[in-house]
Design a protein around this ligand. Structure first.
Ligand code: GLN
Length: 302
């Protein structure tokens, strides 16, 4: 084995990244595959293959970016979410596995061609996944033009562009007057004082996608002032937030949606991660209790 073989450079990379990344083996395999234009499986099968000078230089540069803290998703230009690849760049948040819980919950609830709203869609991970997994029609918005651009491209690539509409605007502004069966939001929710700093990967993400104001709930307060008018009679709403802020968010939701069934749900790590509110007690059980198409009138003004 020479110094420039897949196996030798793999070991060098794992050692190089060990201090920065808890997942240095996975990172190195993704970065090397990217630098070589090969699959990760090919790397495993070809430990003795040699990298060209250019491939080595490209690989070292990718490792350096990761060492400075840049998220692997920005380096690769894509991130996995609920089994699909989404284009991402540093103008949008990297989709997180915990957000898959909200999608899973919504999928259990949705039956037929219902209407769904994803507020603050970012790269479109929630919107496109729901469109791909159901017959729903999905509206999604974001205040960032860069987010709308990449979300639109993701929908097109995933073949759901015909059932996803993306609007640029602040919170509910682009969709005021509509009614939805499901409203999902993953708004900026990190309390300003807890915003990540270099070299944390999240410090490379857009501050406007993370900063939830002094207590992390500023954007949700603004959303909740308008949310009731957007929800149909038997609707479901799912709001992701930071675990330490969840009970306060649940209280705000209870006040905004009186008589709704409001619960707090956990993520993979067992942390309280989102607030779930359903209009009818019968729909409170998640997967078993869906709603049919036409459960609410759509396009109605407030
Ligand atoms: N989960 C993200 C983080 O903790 C925050 C996402 C958000 O603010 N919506 O970095």
């Amino acid at each position: 084995m020479t110094q420039s073989s897949v196996a030798a450079l793999f070991d060098w990379g794992v050692h190089d990244l060990a201090e920065r990344s808890e997942s240095s083996r996975a990172d190195v395999s993704l970065l090397m595959a990217h630098a070589m234009g090969r699959s990760r499986g090919w790397l495993v099968a070809q430990p003795d293959a040699l990298l060209s000078e250019e491939q080595i230089a490209a690989f070292v540069e990718l490792c350096n970016r990761r060492k400075r803290g840049e998220p692997i998703a920005y380096i690769l230009g894509s991130a996995g979410f609920y089994g699909r690849e989404f284009l991402v760049n540093d103008r949008v948040l990297v989709p997180r596995p915990e957000t898959e819980h909200l999608v899973e919950d919504a999928l259990g609830f949705i039956r037929g061609p219902v209407r769904v709203l994803d507020v603050g869609t970012g790269c479109g991970a929630i919107a496109c996944t729901i469109a791909a997994e159901t017959d729903a029609t999905v509206d999604a918005d974001d205040v960032s033009p860069a987010a709308i651009e990449i979300a639109t491209e993701n929908a097109r690539r995933l073949g759901v562009g015909d059932r996803c509409s993306f609007y640029r605007g602040d919170l509910v502004e682009p969709v005021r007057g509509n009614r939805y069966d499901v409203v999902i939001a993953n708004l900026p929710y990190v309390p300003t004082g807890d915003l990540p700093e270099r070299p944390e990967p999240a410090s490379f993400e857009p501050r406007e996608a993370l900063d939830g104001g002094p207590d992390g709930l500023g954007p949700y307060r603004r959303l909740l002032a308008e949310l009731p008018a957007l929800l149909g009679d038997r609707a479901l709403t799912l709001l992701e937030a930071a675990p330490p802020t969840i009970s306060q968010l649940a209280e705000l939701v209870r006040r905004a949606l009186r008589d709704w069934v409001v619960t707090v749900c956990n993520d993979y790590a067992g942390l309280a991660r989102y607030v779930r509110a359903s209009a009818s007690p019968g729909a409170a059980g998640g997967p078993a209790a869906g709603i049919g198409p036409g459960a609410v009138a759509t396009g109605r003004s407030r």
